[in-house]
Design a protein around this ligand. Structure first.
Ligand SMILES: [Ca+2]
Ligand SMILES: [Ca+2]
Length: 288
């Protein structure tokens, strides 16, 4: 694959200690207009049962988060092996061409059909909410926050929060659209700033994770409290597209629950994550 070789060369050139300026990937994506859309505007979404979000009408803030938890938390725990097979076979390959991209660079890997063929390409499973911060048990296998990633880049990201790199990146990975950087944010915390076209996807996966697992005692909100403002901004900058909707349908088909922020983007603004006290005890409950 010409594109694959091109990106690989870029990676080899770029995955070094960087001496250039900040990540610098000014978003060129159009701002979303749907954030302020009222619930009444909700469009008909393929596969979405008409009463799936029943009980969320008129709610905002933490009451909305708790109602969404009630709607989406219950799902089938596929187990880690089966979940990863689905990730590489269909969830991350929404156009069914057996080509799966690395989330952070867009590098294309051909002939990927399951976790075994993914592994041959050094492609592994990125937990956008780190395992060390609570993606354990059912959460470890929850496809809504899992992404395909080159093992090396996955390792470089480690368990750093997502955010905006302010100074010179420590690492940068050139991508097919911009680059993914790791470096310090304006407060001196090390963060990962992904390429622009996946920022919204990652944000919506993490907001889902908070809704479903935020109430677990084993879930650490250490990253989330620092990254949530950025995630909300990324949700607006990188709106839901057709491929992301198709991904949501495929997760729904295999694990039986949906990401509400893909189905109805205005839930993000209504939840008012920016103003929510994430540390208070009335966090969402454990899935039943
Ligand atoms: Ca594909
Ligand atoms: Ca996107």
């Amino acid at each position: 694959m010409r594109q694959s070789r091109f990106v690989l060369n870029l990676l080899l050139a770029g995955a070094v200690l960087a001496s250039v300026s900040a990540c610098g990937t000014q978003p060129t994506l159009r701002p979303a207009s749907q954030s302020a859309a009222p619930m009444a505007r909700m469009v008909k979404v393929r596969g979405l049962p008409t009463d799936y979000y029943k009980g969320t009408e008129g709610l905002t803030g933490m009451p909305l988060v708790q109602a969404l938890n009630g709607a989406v938390a219950k799902h089938t725990d596929l187990g880690y092996d089966t979940a990863r097979d689905h990730l590489f076979a269909d969830v991350a390959d929404t156009n069914d061409d057996n080509i799966v991209e690395d989330i952070y660079t867009g590098e294309a890997f051909t002939g990927v059909r399951d976790r075994g063929t993914a592994s041959k390409h050094n492609l592994n499973t990125e937990h956008t909410w780190p395992q060390s911060l609570g993606a354990k048990g059912a959460a470890r296998s929850d496809l809504h926050h899992l992404q395909s990633s080159d093992a090396g880049i996955n390792g470089s990201r480690g368990s750093f929060a997502f955010g905006t790199v302010a100074g010179s990146p420590t690492f940068q990975f050139p991508a097919i659209d911009g680059k993914t950087c790791i470096g310090e944010d304006a407060r001196g915390n090390t963060v990962c700033e992904p390429r622009p076209s996946v920022r919204g996807d990652i944000a919506r996966g993490l907001l889902y994770f908070y809704v479903v697992y935020g109430g677990y005692d084993s879930t650490s909100l250490k990253n989330f409290v620092n990254e949530v403002r950025t995630l909300v901004a990324w949700h607006d900058m990188d709106p839901v597209d057709a491929a992301e909707r198709e991904r949501n349908e495929r997760v729904w088909q295999v694990q039986g629950n949906r990401n509400p922020f893909i189905d109805e983007p205005s839930f993000v603004a209504r939840a008012a994550f920016n103003r929510m006290d994430l540390s208070r005890p009335s966090r969402p409950s454990r899935p039943r």
